[in-house]
Write a protein that binds this ligand. Structure first.
Ligand SMILES: NC(=O)c1ccc[n+]([C@@H]2O[C@H](COP(=O)([O-])OP(=O)(O)OC[C@H]3O[C@@H](n4cnc5c(N)ncnc54)[C@H](OP(=O)(O)O)[C@@H]3O)[C@@H](O)[C@H]2O)c1
Length: 268
């Protein structure tokens, strides 16, 4: 097979940057590493090393702007893109907090980037360059990953105006949700490089799966969701662990963290 072109979005940091660099180092790939603001290219240039302008080129692409996506794809020879990587778009933003404290426009903005950003991209690339019968798609589903995403989400949450929520909800969010979700991040987070490595395995697999969860130690948590279609099992389990057996919860996270560290794939 000849050289395959991969278009990666959100390469100014985190998973996108790690994926772009990992694929560029692999023989047989040409990576178009895109970001919405080219002023932020320096960190990528640094980690790209000697792949820069050889197997990795940097271009502008804003996932929320159709013109910017079209311009980027138009600038590629034959408008050909063999892989959009990963199938879950890297260009993304996060949001946590009580629903009643979020503005409609912020929530719509999140969907515009995380969901419609990917839809725009696929619509632009799909009709011309991919034959549907040979199309392979994998949803890469990470658990927590130690990137800027985590820092931004928690910074926003700390500054959040909780006046719109009732007192008990605000207290639970501040005193329970935030510290415990940080604990989960600190214990289970993977590195972006690990996600990049798994993305490479998926892209080069003969029969890639439709879904791929990247974090084995996080799987018991997602398994609860699938084990009970009523949704009671995960809710009851989390409720009991947080509100009744928090020592056990903390100890389990400690154990999982140890396991994660032993594999050398922990971000902390
Ligand atoms: N980290 C996690 O725990 C985690 C877990 C599950 C899923 N994810 C998902 O994984 C993806 C990558 O996240 P990450 O952890 O690598 O976070 P990150 O370090 O914050 O990277 C997000 C990237 O998306 C870019 N971006 C945001 N809006 C964009 C737009 N409109 N057009 C183009 N690029 C845009 C950001 O660019 P700027 O620098 O310009 O803002 C940044 O490069 C996101 O979709 C996130 O939802 C992350």
């Amino acid at each position: 097979m000849g050289t395959r072109r991969v278009l990666v979005t959100g390469c100014s940091s985190g998973i996108g940057m790690a994926v772009a660099v990992r694929l560029a180092k692999e023989k047989g790939f040409k990576v178009v590493a895109t970001m919405r603001d080219l002023e932020k290219r320096k960190p990528l240039e640094r980690v790209a090393g000697d792949t820069l302008n050889r197997s990795l080129e940097i271009r502008q692409l804003d996932a929320c702007c159709e013109d910017s996506i079209r311009e980027c794809v138009d600038s590629l020879q034959d408008r050909r893109v063999d892989y959009l990587s990963p199938s879950v778009s890297n260009a993304g933003v996060g949001m946590i907090g009580p629903l009643e404290c979020q503005s409609m426009s912020d929530m719509q903005g999140l969907f515009d980037t995380n969901f419609f950003g990917l839809v725009r991209l696929v619509k632009e690339v799909l009709p011309l360059s991919i034959c549907p019968s040979t199309l392979r798609m994998t949803l890469v589903e990470p658990g927590p990953v130690g990137t800027e995403f985590e820092r931004k989400v928690y910074e926003d949450a700390e500054k959040m105006d909780l006046a719109g929520a009732d007192e008990e909800t605000a207290r639970i969010f501040r005193e329970i949700y935030l510290p415990y979700s940080r604990k989960v991040f600190n214990s289970l987070a993977q590195t972006p490089e690990e996600i990049a490595e798994q993305t490479l395995q998926l892209i080069t697999a003969k029969e890639p799966p439709f879904r791929h969860q990247t974090n084995r130690v996080y799987m018991p948590m997602t398994a609860l969701k699938h084990a009970d279609p009523t949704g009671r099992l995960p809710l009851d389990t989390f409720y009991k662990l947080l509100f009744k057996h928090d020592t056990l919860f903390t100890a389990s996270l400690g154990l999982l963290h140890m396991l994660q560290k032993r594999t050398g794939k922990s971000s902390k």
